[in-house]
Write a protein that binds this ligand. Structure first.
Ligand code: ADP
Ligand code: 5GP
Length: 208
């Protein structure tokens, strides 16, 4: 019997490299499904509706909330972000390991609803490197970068609530660590009820 997929949440400061890590992980391995969030933020250069996000108006977003179509939602630097429910449920049932790349408030809500969720927090090797990456990405004004650095200071307070901290220094090493971490969850006893049952039956049949 195929195991249900693992639900993993990846959070981290803006600019830590979450998007880059996700892209590399999905290119290398095919057992993952990355949830696409809904947001009221405007698309950045190169972002495509339905690929990076479902971009929508505040009214449209609030309709999703009202219809209970989001697993969680949160406000981040004056925009709404939320995780559509149906995709996550379908993919997990298919046996895919589903990754939500979401911020802390959302992550904690998901963990509360589904305690078996694996919470991973991605950090850069240093705060200086974080600022460098945000500037180097070139997608935000200096004002927004300052806001995101301030938000990182607040978010650092919640890092303790996560199950694992992943340092994204060498990208390839970080991808491998992330993959190994998620795959190791499949070995948990609670994920192997069928195997445990079969083993007990086989033992009983031999020992009598
Ligand atoms: P996030 O999704 O966490 O906001 P991004 O994936 O957009 O972060 O990465 C922010 C910037 O840092 C990008 O310009 C990206 O190319 C760069 N970056 C990501 N990972 C690494 C890494 N391991 N080493 C050096 N630069 C990185
Ligand atoms: P960005 O604007 O840089 O794409 O994302 C800003 C923050 O929103 C990031 O920390 C990202 O992980 C988070 N985020 C993206 N989608 C969701 C979501 O569906 N729910 C929540 N709670 N946060 C999200």
């Amino acid at each position: 019997m195929k195991q249900q997929g693992i639900l993993a949440v990846v959070s981290g400061f803006s600019g830590a490299g979450k998007g880059t890590l996700m892209k590399a992980l999905l290119e290398k391995y095919d057992n993952y499904a990355l949830s696409i969030s809904a947001t009221t933020r405007k698309p950045r250069e190169g972002e495509v509706h339905g690929r990076e996000y479902f971009f929508m108006s505040v009214d449209e977003f609030e309709a999703l909330i009202a219809n209970d179509q989001l697993i969680e939602h949160a406000k981040y630097v004056s925009n709404y972000y939320g995780t559509p429910r149906s995709y996550v449920e379908e993919k997990m049932a298919e046996g895919k390991d589903v990754i939500l790349e979401i911020e802390i408030q959302g992550a904690l809500k998901v963990k509360e609803k589904f305690p078996e969720t694996l919470l991973i927090f991605v950090v850069p090797p240093s705060a200086e490197e974080l600022k460098k990456r945000l500037i180097g990405r070139g997608t935000e004004t200096m004002e927004v970068i300052e806001q995101r650095m301030n938000r990182a200071t607040e978010e650092a307070e919640a890092m303790d609530a996560y199950d694992y901290i992943l340092v994204n220094d060498d990208l390839n090493k970080a991808v491998e660590s992330l993959h190994n971490l998620i795959q190791s969850q499949h070995m948990q006893a609670r994920c192997n009820a069928e195997l445990i049952k079969t083993m007990k039956e086989e033992l009983a049949a031999i020992v009598g």
